[in-house]
Design a binder for this molecule. Sequence first.
Ligand SMILES: [Zn+2]
Length: 258
Amino acid sequence: MPELPEVETLCRQLRQVVVGTRILRGLILDERLGKMEGLEGKRVLAVIRRGKVFQFQLEGGLSLFFQLRMTGRFHWQEGGDIPPRARFLLSFPHGSLFLTDVRRLATLRCSRGEDGFPRGCEPLDGLDHRRIFEIARQRRLPVKNFLMDQKVIAGIGNIYASEILFRSRISPLRRSSSLTLHEWKKIVRVTREILDRAVRCRGTSISDWKDLFGRKGEYQKHLRVYGRAGKACRRCGAAVRRGVMSGRGTFYCPVCQK
Ligand SMILES: [Zn+2]
């Protein structure tokens, strides 16, 4: 958390609020984030996302790349005090943008010209199932971990990986190399459907996820398997199982996911 739908939600909201306006002040409140200079007076030209990474493009060729990781969140405030756990602030004439982060794992990279984006394919640009199949054929790791590998597909994390595999009826434990072209075609189609819907719902609020304006998302109402250990599978009635893969809770139906 946050995964692609949550980051895309923030990205769309940020575009409405900050693009075209000038930064009054940029301030690092937690020096672990690194250094940042020369933002004052610069106009924000664009806010772009690829996978889970944001880019703020500023006048003069400067870019800020953010990755929120576990607990990083952006908040927009029109006034008031600096929120607790704030690590970064951009102030504008009409309000301020804060990065808050309980675990302090979010990262910021200031760059001129370089690309700070992950290399993996961006799902909302359309994934090519043949290409994914060719890559997966060489990989022995379980398909769930493969889907979360940001070097292959950028943006899918733990919650959406479980949901994608449930709806595709594929066991998360299968070796990536064992999946057929037809199965990848299905996974790619389901991935797009789930991510599109989750973006429209402004993400999944099962922990503390909130959008730029402090509102919860709604995709938690559409989760079919995540967080349902021991409950009846919505498709076949068998008990949903929870396993741990690469340290992450993994939910699946042992009967209808093959
Ligand atoms: Zn089932």
